[in-house]
Write a new protein. Structure first.
Length: 54
């Protein structure tokens, strides 16, 4: 079994609450059961560029 071939990547800028509001409780609950969440909380490239302009 090739793990990489059996993986689906989902990305979003929506919060969990926004996902629930947009897609409904059923889909939000299914996503919570089936996916591993990785949260990136660092600044964006755009924000970093603006901060260094001065």
């Amino acid at each position: 079994m090739n793990i990489v071939a059996d993986m689906t990547l989902i990305t979003t800028n929506l919060t969990p609450q926004q996902i629930r509001e947009h897609y409904g409780d059923r889909i939000a609950d299914r996503l919570n059961e089936m996916v591993k969440k990785i949260v990136f909380s660092n600044a964006t490239y755009h924000s970093d560029k603006l901060a260094t302009r001065g």
